[in-house]
Design a protein around this ligand. Structure first.
Ligand code: E4P
Length: 225
């Protein structure tokens, strides 16, 4: 499972990249709005930091296919290779996905709440389909199950489309999908931090340090003992 960060603040992306094995960045219009700057300024700075090898996912906002396609062209032109255009899977979105797939664009079908949306997006030529795990949970359905079903539907129908699971609120949701081997997950910084914030780990490390200091003296490490 690829591990991607769902965020647009460059300082925090840089910090998270130092600590975690991240493989790209996803954004959406709400995430970009939080930065309060021109979106291309923010996205170009992210692209410069992550390089051209890493994936950068950027969403369109038009409501009709023609507008989405036009936005996709500008996004690709400004942000270059390995940029994935995120297109919500509405009726118009499917039309745009079909047309952009013919052009060879990298497409992430987004705003996915149902298995059938994902199936249709895959058939239309999307590279990724992004089910909104937590938002589905909040509707009273099972977001993890929807993401797993989509993964199975792609495999059983010979589609190359991969799941890019999104909208996580807890580590259990991420773990379940890693265990299932879905293609990718995009996770916000607070949830990423939660993946390793375990009291038992902190306590174990503190006990090791205390024992070592008993042996070599306070503040000593394997460098200066
Ligand atoms: C990714 O494609 C989505 O934009 C994002 O993960 C939504 O997350 P949220 O439900 O936390 O806003």
């Amino acid at each position: 499972m690829k591990f991607i960060i769902d965020f647009a603040n460059l300082d925090q992306i840089k910090e998270m990249y130092e600590y975690y094995p991240l493989e790209g960045v996803t954004t959406n219009p709400s995430i970009l709005a939080k930065e309060g700057k021109n979106p291309y300024e923010v996205l170009k700075a992210i692209r410069e930091f992550i390089g051209t090898e890493a994936e950068l996912h950027v969403q369109v906002v038009s409501l009709n296919a023609e507008g989405m396609i036009e936005e996709a062209h500008r996004i690709q032109k400004e942000l270059g290779a390995n940029t994935y255009v995120k297109i919500p899977v509405s009726r118009e979105g499917l039309k745009a996905i079909k047309a952009l797939a013919v052009e060879g664009a990298n497409i992430t079908a987004t705003a996915i709440y149902t298995q059938m949306q994902a199936y249709l997006a895959g058939k239309a030529g999307a590279h990724y389909a992004a089910p909104y795990v937590n938002r589905i949970d909040n509707l009273g359905a099972d977001g993890v199950k929807v993401a797993k079903d989509i993964h199975d539907i792609f495999k059983k129908n010979g589609l190359k489309t991969e799941v890019l699971a999104a909208s996580f609120k807890n580590s259990q949701q991420v773990l379940e999908l890693a265990r299932y081997g879905v293609g990718a997950a995009t996770v916000a910084p607070d949830v990423i931090e939660g993946l390793v914030k375990l009291d038992s780990v902190t306590a174990a490390v503190a006990a090791f340090t205390k024992d070592f200091e008993g042996l070599c003296g306070e503040g000593k490490t394997m460098v200066d003992c």
